[in-house]
Design a protein around this ligand. Structure first.
Ligand code: PRT
Ligand code: MG
Length: 215
């Protein structure tokens, strides 16, 4: 049995066409059913639905053989010192966005940087943010949030946020502007290193098929 870990929402939706190209059709719909283990038209392949930030954990421990995770999630886990036992063979080119520093339109970030001011930054990506500001030599107080980062500067919880931006519509709607890019983000295929040995033919065939589907 091959177990593939995905998260609901954009990763699932953008992975589906790739899976079809690989020759795997998921026969359960996670948005309609409450099932967390989804069947496919291959009797030896199943899909599990987990939180986006839990995908690397499932694959790392071998509870899933393979998974799809955002490079943001992988980078954050790595900065925390995790991700051992994970092999990252492929950029799937889906879930593309950018990790950005953003501030309210009225906040003069550039001047705060010049003055060496200590600012408060709210983010889900505390480790990535810490590395980014340390590299700039900036002193920041980091506030960990689990979602809706865009709200934090609007109600005085923070001066700035570190978050993902794709169209920029969310920033615009909340009168925020991006002031710095931390890096480009896309989703990666991740593979359990032990499964690559013990289930080599099936797992390697899947990696090759995904690579062909991406091209
Ligand atoms: O929602 P949940 O708390 O369960 O988990 P999650 O938010 O981590 O999962 P999900 O499904 O929202 O995101 C999964 C992955 O999608 C992320 O880890 C990224 O790798 C990738 N991805 C790509 C994005 C975006 N683009 C994105 N735009 N994830 C989130 N966003 C959010 C962003 O945080 C912001 O709130 O969309 C908003 C901005 O979008 P625009 O288009 O208005 O700029
Ligand atoms: Mg989300």
């Amino acid at each position: 049995m091959i177990t593939l870990a995905l998260s609901k929402g954009r990763i699932f939706e953008e992975t589906l066409p790739l899976l079809e190209a690989v020759g795997i059709r998921v026969t359960d719909d996670p948005e309609r059913s409450r099932k967390l283990i989804l069947a496919t038209d291959r009797h030896d392949t199943r899909v599990i639905i987990v939180r986006a930030s839990d995908v690397p954990t499932y694959v790392q421990y071998g509870a899933a053989d393979i998974g799809v995770a955002g490079s943001d999630v992988l980078q954050e886990a790595e900065a925390k010192g995790g991700n051992d036992g994970l092999y990252r063979p492929l950029d799937l080119g889906i879930g593309r966005c950018r990790m950005m520093v953003a501030v309210p339109d009225a906040f003069d970030y550039e001047s705060a940087v010049r003055r060496g001011a200590r600012i408060r930054v709210a983010t889900k990506y505390v480790s990535i943010a810490r590395e980014h500001f340390a590299a700039k030599g900036m002193h920041v107080d980091l506030i960990k949030l689990y979602g809706s980062m865009e709200l934090a500067p609007l109600i005085g919880l923070a001066d700035a946020i570190v978050d993902l931006v794709s169209t920029g519509a969310t920033l615009k709607a909340n009168r925020l502007r991006a002031v710095e890019e931390i890096g480009a983000v896309s989703s990666r295929l991740i593979v359990n290193q032990a499964a690559l040995k013990t289930k080599r033919p099936a797992v390697q065939a899947l990696i090759d098929a995904f690579a062909a589907a991406v091209r």
